[in-house]
Write a protein that binds this ligand. Structure first.
Ligand code: ATP
Ligand code: LTN
Length: 333
């Protein structure tokens, strides 16, 4: 293991990624390996908290792996692996669940939201979701975890569980910190700019998907809900156009002032078209690489196998230590 600090993150393998996932997370992960020992999981076990159609789910999970890679997360520089391929996640999750209180889990806002949204399937996995997430992070002795604001509460509980365990058994786990490096854009829904763009949104016009073709991307931006005005400027009470400026800025690197100047005297129509074209241009190379990767099963399989093995080795080291600490009989090797 190198001297670099360990950075850990991942995304659920549910549906296909949106521009929000890309600009808010994935795009910013690509360079982190220069400074950190990076581990990124395809969080497929977490996805099972919501009912999945098996064939689609399997396809989405592989597609997420290829999307990570196509976006520039090189599996030779980063440990990119499948959560479900490393059994230590489920094993540690069980042990940690015995150190987690019902009270603290019932305070999690994601649980409350998802339970309300999936009333017909409020399963125990939805409730213990943060324990599995704590296991993900703690297995790799992670120092830093880049997550969006919506996941901060889960990171807090991971820290609490780790601290509680360490208090009883000594220094077993590294206490992880949230990572706020270069802040990625927070992308809002194109149909309702007061809501986050989310991959589980049922309104197709609300999200731009990373695999949408050029015409679809441009059409979606043309239809984006904007405010009753025509001038392009950034303002809290103009969430629609401000969201588009945020996206345009994240993609082109222009500041808000530069964007205001560029579209001085032009209307929303021209601006929306420009944003759509800029996003389509940004995504074109990623999509091309994705198509190539999806055809190269041998390469992807080789990366998966290599990184699964690496992850398994690191995770088992922590798991065996935990087994020993809590008093389980050591494996006979
Ligand atoms: P779901 O709709 O299934 O809850 P999601 O689209 O909200 O999913 P997550 O899987 O929860 O996405 O998040 C993956 C990563 O993408 C997280 O780091 C999260 O902070 C980031 N992310 C998700 N949506 C956005 C967004 N609209 N803007 C910026 N970052 C986002
Ligand atoms: N819950 C996270 C995905 C996730 C994760 C993790 C992120 C699962 N395990 C460990 C960071 C570290 C989400 O929905 N974004």
């Amino acid at each position: 293991m190198s001297e670099k600090k360990v950075l850990y993150s991942g995304m659920q393998a549910t549906n296909t990624l949106t521009l929000g996932n890309y600009l808010g997370a994935l795009k910013n992960w690509v360079k982190l390996h220069e400074e950190y020992e990076c581990i990124f999981g395809v969080m497929d076990l977490h996805s099972l908290t919501v009912r999945q159609e098996p064939a689609t789910f399997r396809k989405n999970a592989r597609s997420l792996y290829a999307l990570y890679t196509a976006a520039g997360l090189d599996p030779k520089e980063n440990c990119v692996y499948f959560q479900s391929h490393v059994s230590a996640h489920a094993q540690l999750s069980w042990i940690l669940s015995c150190f987690t209180y019902m009270g603290e889990l019932s305070r999690m806002t994601q649980y409350k939201d998802k339970a309300a949204k999936h009333e017909d399937n409020v399963n125990a996995g939805l409730f213990t979701y943060p324990v599995l997430m704590a296991a993900d992070i703690l297995l790799y002795q992670s120092d830093v975890v880049p997550v969006g604001v919506d996941q901060k509460q889960h990171l807090e509980i991971a820290r609490d569980i780790a601290g509680r365990f360490n208090n009883i058994y000594g220094d077993v786990f590294t206490i992880p910190e949230a990572y706020f490096g270069t802040t990625g854009a927070k992308v809002m829904s194109l149909a309702d700019p007061t809501k986050k763009m989310s991959k589980s949104d049922e309104n197709a016009n609300a999200t731009v998907l990373l695999l949408d073709d050029r015409d679809t991307i441009i059409r979606k931006f043309k239809r984006a809900v904007t405010d009753s005005d025509t001038r392009v400027y950034y303002s809290e009470d103009k969430p629609g156009v401000s969201n588009l400026m945020e996206i345009y800025s994240a993609v082109t690197g222009s500041s808000f002032d530069e964007i205001e100047n560029e579209f001085e005297g032009k209307g929303y129509g021209d601006f929306k078209l420009a944003v759509g074209e800029a996003v389509a241009d940004e995504l074109a190379p990623l999509q091309k690489r994705y198509d190539e990767l999806m055809k190269d099963k041998t390469y992807i399989d080789e990366c998966i196998k290599e990184n699964d093995d690496k992850a398994r080795y690191m995770a088992n080291k922590t798991l065996f230590k935990v087994h020993h600490k809590v008093g389980l009989v050591d494996l006979i090797r």
